[in-house]
Design a protein around this ligand. Structure first.
Ligand code: SAM
Length: 277
């Protein structure tokens, strides 16, 4: 039994149709209406699971007007599920305005977790996951894209991007221009699908792989850029030794703070170095 007047945010598969939760299927079947980015696309998913709930469109071009209409229905006690073409709604997909207005109107919003390309890619890429930055799609305009990539010069976290097959080669070329050919990166392609591929290496090696075969450029991509590594050569060997010793006895934060003070170095630099060690 679901509480009436609830909006459910339902994650759907990013390729493999088996990647949908029991709860998602139950809710999609029980709500009065499913708001979808592209109703024809989502009809196939519902049909696959023999779900007969009525679909209504909610996309970038009608979100403002459609939100009002759907909020009225929710206020009258109808239950609605929001889905996107793939993955988690609102993550580089429509729905933010709608959810924001529902919250402001005091409507209950319930998330149903499930696939998200960024997290799916990150958890198998082999790059640091303790902290990461999700940037969605890079800007299309050259100058804005260049500026967005330049920020990664000093970024120590893994950065995750979504990228279209049309732009992936150009983007990797720009990574090389802005961050150097040696920056480590991972291309995750066609996740959860038959031709799922992870390709990792330096930016130059990734470009070579993409250019070696046009088939490598086809499909949907998540592009992950490794964080900038602190320059170990700037840290004297004595400081590295002290840090190592202290790390055996103390939390890293404390060990890096003491070493930094002792050698007049930056705490953050030693902390990053400690994480690597
Ligand atoms: N809301 C979705 C999510 O939760 O991941 C993302 C939607 S965004 C419009 C679409 C982008 O996500 C694609 O251009 C691609 O970068 C990435 N993507 C979606 N499915 C993917 C897959 N199966 N493999 C790799 N990347 C995927």
């Amino acid at each position: 039994m679901i509480e009436s007047g609830t909006l459910f945010i339902v994650a759907t598969p990013i390729g493999n149709l088996e990647d949908i939760t029991h709860r998602a299927l139950r809710i999609l079947g029980e709500v009065d209406l499913v708001a979808a980015e592209d109703t024809r696309h989502s009809q196939k998913l519902l049909q696959h699971y023999s779900i007969a709930t009525r679909l209504i469109s909610l996309h970038d071009h009608n979100e403002a007007q459609r939100s009002k209409q759907l909020i009225e229905k929710l206020t009258q006690g109808e239950n609605i599920a929001l889905i996107s073409d793939a993955g988690t709604p609102l993550i580089s997909d429509p729905g933010y305005g709608f959810v924001n207005q529902c919250r402001m109107a005091g409507i209950k919003v319930v998330p149903l977790p499930g696939p998200c390309a960024a997290i799916t890619a990150l958890c198998a890429a082999g790059l640091a996951t303790d902290k990461f930055k999700f940037e969605g799609f890079l800007p299309v305009k050259a100058m804005a894209k260049q500026q967005a990539l330049q920020k990664l010069l000093v970024e120590t976290m893994t950065t995750v991007f979504y990228e279209s097959p049309r732009r992936v080669v150009d983007t990797v070329k720009q990574v090389i221009t802005e961050l150097g050919s040696e920056r480590e990166m991972v291309l995750a392609k066609e996740l959860t699908k038959t031709f799922e591929t992870f390709h990792s290496g330096t930016a130059q090696a990734c470009l070579n792989w993409l250019e070696a075969d046009t088939n490598h450029q086809r499909g949907e991509f998540v592009l992950m850029v490794a964080g900038e590594k602190p320059n170990q050569s700037e840290v004297p060997a004595e400081a590295i030794n002290l840090l190592k010793l202290l790390m055996n006895e103390l939390p890293l934060k404390k060990a890096s703070a003491i070493t930094a003070e002792q050698f007049g170095l930056k705490k953050n630099q030693l902390y990053q170095l400690g994480l690597e060690l």
